[in-house]
Design a protein around this ligand. Structure first.
Ligand code: KIV
Ligand code: ZN
Length: 409
């Protein structure tokens, strides 16, 4: 057994990306193994701490994706942790352990539901049975890897007293992270914050594990819930690029990271930092956010609404005369962050018929496209052709051209 996982840091917030697992559960968003590898590489460049690469027992494709991500993106001392999901069963845990073998920092994430509604109708198990199974399966996972995460599914609707008992037992069995999912996006920020506070105060061995949160956006509250959780002791956030995921999706990585960045001085005291500290609260290289967002949207085919916070087409656009006038006089009249912070060029070069091949190739790279020489030559000809017909070429036009060329259309 290898005992090497990054030290559990508590003075910053760990970012656990589940775009390739929960995000891929979005209706219509399936990705092939090569596409998952491309996204995983970009997530590593973005600086996420943990990549949940898939659910190895779910399908041979998922197994292969987790294994290939582990051996390429996750194979060195400087790699992110690579995580695989497993239900609390031996066969799931064995599949995850096998797929994760090449990873330098492998993590098994095992889960079982704890809410009465899931126990009665989905699992047909009693609370007493779950109290037995959960620690037993954490201990089993621990026999393969040192870094084990446990999730009590539907924690948001579980009886807190029962939750405390389960969590105490799984930590005793070796769980290094306990993740609290609001599986159906039901809780409100005050409730979710209180749930995390209750866990901190009532689980006696809680200091031996990192508290993580996972949440869905059924009521549009996932990000707000997470921020309340951070104030109450959560130090790992499970999120997806563009907020994709089951139903209304998961908490959006870009929104969480930028909220913690722009408002870092508000959050500093909750992490025990001096209030005026300028140090970022996460390891994310925010300048890679826009590129990552475009890549995930292109590969999953899930479009981003124009008014989406941080990465929507209108997120940094000013339309009304009053706003335009204000921004021209002083940017901060209507802007709380610089577009450059998320990787957009400040003085965006507007591409048109006079633009050269270099500017064209540079913009494509910024949008996340790496084209071969031949693809680039063909794409450039199509761009020139379009530029003759259209005054201004948008990022959407460029992406359409690049996608067509890389798919050989
Ligand atoms: O939403 C959920 O509860 C999950 C768990 C597997 C963590 O995705
Ligand atoms: Zn989920």
């Amino acid at each position: 057994m290898r005992i090497k996982y990054p030290p559990q840091t508590v003075d910053r917030v760990l970012i656990f990306d589940t775009t390739l697992r929960d995000g891929e559960q979005s209706p219509g968003a399936s990705l092939n193994v090569d596409e998952k590898l491309t996204i995983a590489r970009q997530l590593a460049r973005l600086g996420v701490d943990i990549i949940e690469a898939g659910f190895p027992f779910a399908s041979p494709g998922d197994f292969e994706a987790v294994q290939r991500i582990a051996e390429t993106v996750g194979s060195s001392e400087t790699s992110p942790v690579i995580c695989g999901l497993a239900r609390a069963t031996r066969q799931d845990i064995e599949a995850a352990a096998k797929a994760l073998k090449p990873a330098y920092y492998p993590r098994i994430h095992t889960f079982i539901a704890t809410s009465d509604i899931h126990l009665e109708y989905k699992l047909r198990k009693t609370r007493a049975e779950v109290l037995e199974i959960a620690p037993e399966m954490v201990a089993y996972a621990k026999s393969f890897v040192d870094d084990v995460e446990f999730s009590p599914e539907d924690a948001g609707r579980s009886d807190p007293e029962f939750l405390y008992q389960v969590l105490e037992r799984v930590i005793d069995a070796g769980a290094t992270t306990i993740n609290i999912p609001d599986t159906v996006g039901y809780t409100t920020p005050a409730e979710f914050g209180a749930l995390i506070k209750g866990i901190k105060e009532n689980v006696p061995n809680i200091d031996r594990a990192v508290i993580s949160v996972h949440g869905h956006n059924d009521l549009g509250l996932a990000v707000a819930n997470f921020l309340e959780a951070v104030k109450n002791g959560a130090r790992q956030l499970e999120c997806t690029i563009n907020g994709i995921g089951e139903r209304a999706g998961n908490a959006a990585l870009e929104e969480l990271v930028m909220a913690l960045y722009v408002r870092r001085q508000y959050f500093n005291p909750f992490l025990g930092r001096p209030p005026e500290s300028e140090a970022p609260l996460t390891n994310i290289n925010t300048r890679e956010i826009y590129k990552t967002s475009r890549l995930v949207s292109n590969l999953t085919g899930m479009l981003i609404q124009p008014n989406k916070a941080i990465v929507g087409a209108n997120a940094f656009a000013h339309q009304s005369g009053i706003h335009q006038d204000g921004v021209l006089k002083h940017k901060q009249t209507y802007e709380i962050m610089d577009a450059q912070l998320i990787g957009l060029a400040d003085n965006q070069i507007v591409l048109g018929k006079l633009s050269g091949r270099n500017a064209f190739a540079t913009r494509l790279r910024e949008l996340g496209f790496e084209l071969s020489e031949t693809e680039l030559n063909k794409a450039f000809l199509r761009f020139k052709d379009l530029a003759d017909k259209k005054k201004e070429i948008t990022d959407w036009d460029l992406e359409a051209i690049a996608k067509d060329e890389t798919q050989g259309i």
